[in-house]
Ligand binder design. Structure first.
Ligand code: ARG
Length: 472
């Protein structure tokens, strides 16, 4: 029974196949630092309430600190028999310091220990990710600024719809990323409640002080129901959902830019440094980074699905199924962090091809809606105005004219007498853009305001790595 934490009750050793089937050390070793931090806080609390002597606590802290250094230096031996990182660290501690080490697991179970480590890890991962989101927002804002002179054709259903300022387009992604940040912050709030001290499922008869541990580990509250703690993985599911949203936002953006970088669109110039070539076609330059950002969103959706199926139908308190929480959680964070980092690299390096975009901006009657609104302004009911302009577009198409402005004054007046020569002031894409005025629209003054607002906000916002407050 060497090394087993449950030796007393068992007669023989564990089947090797069972050990290798049930182990989690191959992936949960990633939690070593969080486990040690949790254990030190736990030991200090045990000392304060008199369950450890000052000397025992000192030995434990010293032992754990040494173990942390050994793991960091790659000098720590991991073995299958010790199942997970928690057992490894405790066993190594006992080897080092003897009986004092055998007291560390007082008033604690792996059930609350595992969740504590996982929560600490997730909280840090959330903070890292938030910094990455800010980084990408900054890249988007810089690009919004760099492309202030560019007007884009806006699309719905992938059909040309209305003109939009490129700045407006980039800021749309800044808004999406801001919602992602706010979802993360929200999820972090609910996560930040201490599980430790719930023990196996019912709490403990020993006089522990959970509030002191919460304080030490930077948790804002203490979980009020031990049964709930033992079964709760809401924080993991929720954070993976937020990650899924981020991955989906990036996938949509990547898809768009893959299209924009085609010969057919020709909207986007990607620098060589972020593209790859073909082993057979010498002329090729492929947007692989964007494709992988799009493709890897699949892994994140997969992780979310894994979680939802994993917790479905689990009865109250700890079930071993929950060991399956770590890999999808780690993978989702790793994937989205890399996606965000590379997205920022692409946004920083890519430029809109203003000349190519401008050359075809006249196509698609992007000013039709503005012309219709001009008529509405003159008192025509919207439905009627819509019909009048629809007929004018039809007339253009029948004559092979690409622009409404190509129609003569007589054509316009024939469609509706209110369409006098002054409508030339709203025709054409540039005029159409200038005509916008509603809050949140692509009106130049509105967009300038929004750009200013974002510049200010991202300056004062947490620098990558997060503020002191957020890092706790
Ligand atoms: N290795 C397991 C995990 O990571 C710990 C199991 C804890 N509890 C138990 N009763 N076996 O979830």
């Amino acid at each position: 029974m060497a090394g087993k934490a449950w030796g007393g009750r068992f007669a023989g050793g564990t089947d090797r196949r069972v050990e290798s089937f049930t182990e989690s050390i191959s992936f949960d070793r990633r939690l070593f630092e969080q486990d040690i931090r949790g254990s030190i806080a736990h030991a200090r609390m045990l000392r304060e309430v008199g369950l450890l002597t000052v000397e025992e606590c000192r030995l434990i802290e010293r032992g754990l600190t040494e173990i942390r250094a050994e793991i960091e230096a790659g000098e720590f031996a991991f073995v299958l028999e010790r199942e997970d990182i928690h057992m490894h660290i405790e066993a190594a501690l006992i080897e080092k310091i003897g009986d004092a080490g055998r007291k560390l697991h007082t008033a604690r179970s792996r059930n609350d220990q595992v969740v504590t480590g996982l929560k600490l890890w997730t909280r840090e991962a959330i903070d890292r990710l938030d910094a990455r989101l800010v980084e990408l927002q900054r890249a988007m804002v810089a690009s919004a600024d760099r492309h202030r002179a560019v007007i884009l054709p806006g699309y719905t259903h992938m059909q040309r719809a209305q003109p939009v300022l490129a700045t407006h387009y980039f800021l749309a992604y800044v808004e999406k990323l801001e919602r992602d940040r706010s979802r993360l912050a929200d999820c972090r709030k609910r996560l930040n409640v201490l599980p430790l001290g719930a023990a196996a499922l019912a709490g403990t008869s020993l006089p522990i002080d959970r509030h002191a541990v919460a304080e030490e580990l930077g948790f804002e509250g203490v979980a009020a129901n031990s049964l709930d703690v033992s079964s709760d993985r809401d924080f993991a599911v929720e954070s993976v959902f937020v990650l899924t949203m981020i991955a989906e936002h990036l996938a949509g953006w990547a898809e768009e830019w893959i299209l924009w970088s085609t010969q057919e669109f020709g909207f986007l110039a990607l620098p060589d440094a972020i593209c790859t070539g073909s082993s057979i076609m010498p002329q090729k330059k492929n947007p692989d980074v964007l494709e992988l950002i799009r493709g890897r969103s699949a892994r994140v959706v997969g992780s979310l699905t894994t979680f939802l199926v994993l917790i479905k139908g689990l009865p109250m308190a700890y079930n071993r199924d929950l060991q399956e929480d770590k890999e999808p959680l780690f993978d989702a964070f790793d994937t989205v962090e890399a996606n965000l980092q590379l997205a920022a690299v692409v946004v920083e390096g890519a430029n809109l091809r203003a000349d190519r975009i401008a050359a075809r901006l006249d196509e698609g009657y992007l000013d039709a809606t503005t012309l219709m609104e001009h008529l509405i302004g003159l008192g025509l009911p919207q439905r009627t105005a819509h019909e009048v302009i629809g007929r004018l577009v039809g007339l253009c198409e029948s004559r092979g004219l690409t622009r409404l402005a190509d129609l003569s004054d007589a054509d316009l007046a024939a469609a509706d007498p209110r369409l006098g020569p002054e409508v030339r002031g709203v025709l054409g894409v540039e005029n159409a853009v200038k005509a916008f005025r509603s809050y949140g629209s692509t009106a130049p003054a509105e967009v300038e305001d929004q750009l200013e607002r974002w510049r200010g906000r991202l300056q004062t916002d947490a620098a990558p790595g997060g503020s002191k407050e957020r890092q706790r």
